[in-house]
Design a binder for this molecule. Structure first.
Ligand SMILES: NC(=O)c1ccc[n+]([C@@H]2O[C@H](COP(=O)([O-])OP(=O)(O)OC[C@H]3O[C@@H](n4cnc5c(N)ncnc54)[C@H](OP(=O)(O)O)[C@@H]3O)[C@@H](O)[C@H]2O)c1
Length: 271
């Protein structure tokens, strides 16, 4: 495939690295990036063509991947609009709705919106994907090739479901890290050095996540299996239940979902 990235920051770097690792030819990748330093870094790291304007990237290829910050998207889209022909345009910008992106692109409709998360930086992300009605099976397949290069993908049937995707998996790494912090803090309070406490906490998470991933069983059942009657796990879980920890986490996720919705409204304005 021939693909042009608009914006060559963290996410674009992760996607380019993933694509090349999966066999995509460097000659088929081009990046439009305003920062000279970033252009040099990407060129040296991947041997790809990096340019400083969209006009210099024409022809834009099969896919254009918009990877600028949400607050820069309107300006970038308006600059891109006159150059579009029949490309598939994929946006990974958090919160930017397709109705707004399409307006900034002069009514262009072959659009896909994605919500990746930070583990994409090490090829272990999960991205929610939503395609507009104008995108056919070929466009969906191209999208899966691009976002699938940095982890798992999940299509959603309605764009509004990208708000909960943002709340669960987009913001999710922060909640997981918060829980790791709690395990680490407790381990330190019980006598471990910060290094050893971190190791105990992180490896517990990595191993349990892998166990859940590889097991066909319900996660609640897996949890019950490590909770023997009268044991330590039971004591800790009873304490968490008494403090309604799970309910409070669920409530926090609803707050994140609400915030994702609000940000979508704010970011879509033309001001
Ligand atoms: N990082 C994540 O985990 C994550 C997760 C989900 C979604 N996303 C989305 O991914 C997008 C990119 O995030 P990021 O962390 O990779 O951002 P980033 O590191 O700031 O990269 C964006 C790059 O694009 C450049 N740029 C800005 N306007 C441009 C234009 N008109 N033409 C060409 N280049 C332009 C920026 O230059 P300047 O520095 O000069 O502005 C910057 O170098 C964001 O929309 C974000 O919402 C990121």
């Amino acid at each position: 495939m021939n693909i042009t990235f608009i914006g060559g920051g963290n996410m674009a770097t992760a996607l380019i690295g993933g694509l090349i690792e999966k066999g995509q030819a460097a000659a088929g990748i081009r990046v439009v990036e305003l920062q000279a330093e970033a252009r040099e870094r990407l060129g040296a790291q991947f041997g790809i063509d990096c340019v400083d304007s969209m006009a210099a990237a024409v022809p834009l290829g099969d896919v254009i991947l918009l990877a600028v910050k949400p607050q820069h998207m309107r300006i970038a889209a308006q600059a891109l609009q006159p150059l579009l022909t029949r490309e598939l345009v994929i946006s990974i910008a958090a919160g930017i709705r397709l109705i707004d992106l399409s307006r900034w692109l002069g009514g262009y409709s072959t659009l896909v919106r994605c919500m990746p998360n930070t583990p994409a930086l090490i090829g272990a992300g999960i991205s929610g994907l939503y395609a507009s009605a104008a995108v056919g099976p070929a466009g969906r397949s191209l999208t899966e090739s691009v976002l699938g290069a940095v982890g798992a993908t999940l299509w959603v049937a309605e764009e509004s479901l990208l708000d909960p995707v943002t709340a669960i998996s987009g913001s999710g790494p922060a909640y997981v890290l918060y829980f790791i912090e709690a395990l680490q803090q407790a381990a330190q309070e019980m006598g471990f050095s910060p290094v050893d406490a971190r190791k105990l906490a992180v490896e517990t998470f990595v191993g349990t996540a892998r166990l859940a991933e590889q097991s066909p069983e319900d996660v609640a059942l897996l949890r019950e299996r490590v909770t023997s009657k009268g044991g330590t796990t039971e004591r800790a879980l009873a304490s968490m239940e008494a403090d309604r920890v799970k309910g409070l986490i669920v409530r926090a996720l609803h707050a994140a979902n609400q915030r994702a919705h609000e940000l979508g409204e704010q970011l879509g304005t033309d001001g």
